[in-house]
Design a protein around this ligand. Structure first.
Ligand SMILES: Cc1cc2nc3c(=O)[nH]c(=O)nc-3n(C[C@H](O)[C@H](O)[C@H](O)COP(=O)(O)O)c2cc1C
Length: 243
């Protein structure tokens, strides 16, 4: 999948410089980037992220954290709670609003890395499973409470003879709505899925009779999706100080 070759230090530097130029809410940089090159950590992540063996073979892994820890440590350093008490302002720890805006920042930073990497001949793959096993990842990556692993990228140079084959997407008319949301139903919804339904394997390990059943069993109804929701609930509780 990737060339078995480490990412050159100068390429990593260009990539990280691009990330740091990404737009960020209030110019606060509410994210952190973990550069993972240690083989033992890669192996562990390949297990904890739904046993995807290729993760351990990636020359470089980047984990993008939503991060409000730095700002709240700074607020404490600046004695903001005392200032609030004196001035009659309310003092609040990070809540879900802070988490979501930090998630925006982290994901924008991650996608900036994807684009910069492409320009350097480096392919990447997101790993959504980094949002699973929150307690394990907190320990493994030393995550404080006001951080959350929003996205993980496996990166490596494309093989020299790599043939890019863009994967099909749903047509624009179903995804792009003018001026407001347009809920699809009936024949139009059927039409949207007609293309992907053509490749439906009648024999499949779930005994699914159609594409909807197959995708539900593979994704939304799967054990990993359940674990992701459990893990995110645990992280959310932690972020909100157990409230
Ligand atoms: C949020 C997110 C999570 C993903 N998680 C995984 C993953 O865990 N394993 C994997 O092999 N690919 C993962 N992918 C890659 C997608 O499967 C891939 O982007 C999609 O099939 C479309 O293919 P393309 O990006 O090559 O066009 C993820 C992509 C995104 C955006």
């Amino acid at each position: 999948m990737y060339r078995d070759e480490p990412i050159r230090a100068e390429d990593l530097q260009v990539l990280l410089e691009a990330v740091l130029r990404a737009p960020t809410a209030g110019n606060m940089m509410l994210y952190s980037v973990l550069v993972i090159e240690d083989q033992a950590t890669k192996e562990r992540l390949s297990q904890t992220c739904d046993n995807q063996a290729f993760i351990a073979k990636a020359p470089l892994i980047l984990v993008f954290l939503a991060d409000y820890q730095r700002w709240f440590d700074y607020f404490h350093l600046c004695q903001v709670p005392k200032f609030c008490a004196e001035k009659g302002l309310s003092w609040r720890e990070p809540d879900v609003g802070e988490l979501f805006i930090a998630l925006d920042d982290a994901l924008i930073a991650a996608q900036t890395a994807v684009l910069a990497a492409e320009s350097l001949g480096i392919g990447s793959c997101y790993i959504g499973d980094i949002m699973e096993n929150y307690e394990v990842h907190r320990e493994l990556l030393n995550l404080p409470e006001y951080t959350f692993p929003a996205a993980m990228l496996c990166l490596g140079y494309y093989p020299h003879d790599y043939q890019r084959r863009p994967r099909p997407r749903f047509a624009q008319e179903y995804i792009v709505h003018r001026e407001g949301y347009r809920r699809l139903a009936g024949a139009e919804l059927r039409q949207m899925f007609a293309g992907v339904e053509q490749d439906f394997p009648a024999k499949n390990r779930f005994g699914a009779a159609n594409f909807g059943q197959l995708m539900y069993a593979r994704k939304t109804g799967s054990a990993f999706a359940q674990e992701m929701s459990r893990s995110i609930r645990a992280a959310l509780k932690n972020w909100q100080g157990g409230r």
